[in-house]
Design a protein around this ligand. Sequence first.
Ligand SMILES: Cc1cc2nc3c(=O)[nH]c(=O)nc-3n(C[C@H](O)[C@H](O)[C@H](O)COP(=O)(O)O)c2cc1C
Length: 343
Amino acid sequence: MDPTNKPKGPSPHYSLYQRRVFHHGGATGQLPTFSVHPEELEDSAKKKLTDRGYLYASSNAGMGWTDRANREAFYRWKIVPRMLIDTNTRDLTTTIFGHKIPAPIMFAPIGINKLYTPLGELVPAKIAGELGLPYCLSTAGSQPIEAVARANDEGASSRNESNDVWSYDGPNGGEAKSPRFYQLYMGHDDEITLSLLHRAWKSGFDVLMLTTDTWQLGWRPTDISIANYTFYYKGTPGNEIGESDPVFMKKYGEDLKKEKGKWIDSHVWHGKAHTWDKVKWLVQKWKEISGGRPFVLKGIQSVEDAIKAHEVGCDGHKSCRATSRRRGRKFGRPSRDCESCSR
Ligand SMILES: Cc1cc2nc3c(=O)[nH]c(=O)nc-3n(C[C@H](O)[C@H](O)[C@H](O)COP(=O)(O)O)c2cc1C
């Protein structure tokens, strides 16, 4: 493909990556350091990672039937393209919560990134900034909220044709240089929840996303077989958001010294369910703190719950239609696959 044949469009020509690889390989004989084939990528990750790292990312709940059902339902969806249409100037740009972004892709919240690199969430947050795509930080992250915001801004400060697309003219606490959202696992100590919300807002995370289905971890046999819960191991990560929280440390800092799981077990995957009334409270608090910025629920699976979410003031919900792995990690037996959710 001759890049000069491509007229400049509103979004970057991401497909030129392929040409760059071929060109570079041909000119220097140097091959890419990783495969872009998903199965080969998975195989090489398995070889390179520790069992803990690999299984944390790949474990499914129960027998893995939800994951399988989701994949099968997804394969049944077909795209039938029309031919001989002028697609030379493509526009992949879209807008999410007032942010104009270069492509309809977002970094989902993934906890404990230090299992994969000592820099943890700083790496994907920086890359998201380089691409101008929204980065969502998990409450189970392994870097302080403020450090992740700085890494995201650092990525955004090297301008290029991807992150140049980003524009936003609403308020966002820390005057972020790139779109970033905060995913909350909500404990039952409201002072800590409010402290997290204030920190996120001040650091420029301007959409709050509450995960509704993981107030306790799913039953993942392959994780259980190797006792894969990093928080109880010496020197292992996962407490950083709690350890950097002044309210948590004032109230529970001493407990944390005695019990490593104090943050994660009491405030993240704590085992005590919330109800819709609490969501109403949270929406109200977030709107007060952020001056009305969006609030989203993550993990909704039924039309009934989506209506309920709307009734309590949510601005959106991320359903299982878009979250195949999510359902697979949490539910062993298909509750709903992505096909039935779309009806
Ligand atoms: C290793 C791993 C860690 C995750 N950690 C979180 C998390 O901390 N918070 C959360 O809300 N979702 C978490 N998720 C769910 C993802 O955010 C996402 O919803 C899910 O992977 C579905 O997207 P996919 O089908 O593109 O994988 C995690 C998923 C994986 C695979």
